[in-house]
Design a protein around this ligand. Sequence first.
Ligand SMILES: [Zn+2]
Length: 304
Amino acid sequence: MPRSRFVVLGALVAVGALSIAVAAQQPATPPAGPRVIDVEKLKDNFYVLTSSSPADRATFSGGNVAVFITDTGVTLVDTKLNGWGQALLDKIKSLTSKPVTRIINTHTHGDHTGNNGLFGGSVEIVAQENTKANMEKMDAFKGENARFLPAKTYRDRMTVGSGKDRIDLYYFGAGHTNGDTFVVFPALRILHAGDMFAWKDGPGCDRANGGSCIAFPQTLAKVVSAVRDVDVVIPGHSPMMKPADLREYQRFTADLSNHAQAAMKAGQSVDAAFDAFKVDKYPGYRNERVKAAIQAVYDELTTK
Ligand SMILES: [Zn+2]
């Protein structure tokens, strides 16, 4: 092959790989119009900043952000994508004049940690200890920006605040990553599930950050049995859900994981396993991410 053709092909491959990597975290090109984040009120002192569906690149601002307004300040769960900081600040300001005093990151990804640095150095940033380790590997938290890493971490369970301001954090094992926090607001009966329940589709399992599509349903089974006193479940990237939706998602991910493991043992290809998995029995479910989840199970079993 002539050298020029080889170089061009190499460049195309490199660009392709880069755009796939970028697409996983943020829009390839920022939207041209004004950036506006939608809001949903769950309680007088609790809102969710939405515009969280990656399917719509123009409005995708990152994962659902919880805004919990207490007497002493505002706790955020997650901080959306870098580049959406001003829209995030504007929306919070429209809800309360109180300062953000605490950030809880559900996991490491840039669409959940992208504006940790926006609220000053005195904000308490909290995450599961594996998530902190994953964040330390990100360019966004190198050098100067290392001060926006979580300063407060925990392993299995931690409570912050008390009384009506109490927040319970739980880590139940690997799934989307190896550091996903379930955030419970007991007085308000709300659970933020992060990307352990992102959408009604195949789970995302980030194996580079310790995620596991095999452990995923087992981890969800633990939250289903341990966290019972909630009415609303905030998913990572979809409209608000009910506890029954979370229970159904646990069954769905178990079904999918078992199906993929059986198909691999039977010597089937990933394509064949995907074709044989029907989402029809789960109303409202899509299969756009099912094949990737099956692939993740195959990869995990292959490299074990
Ligand atoms: Zn994620």
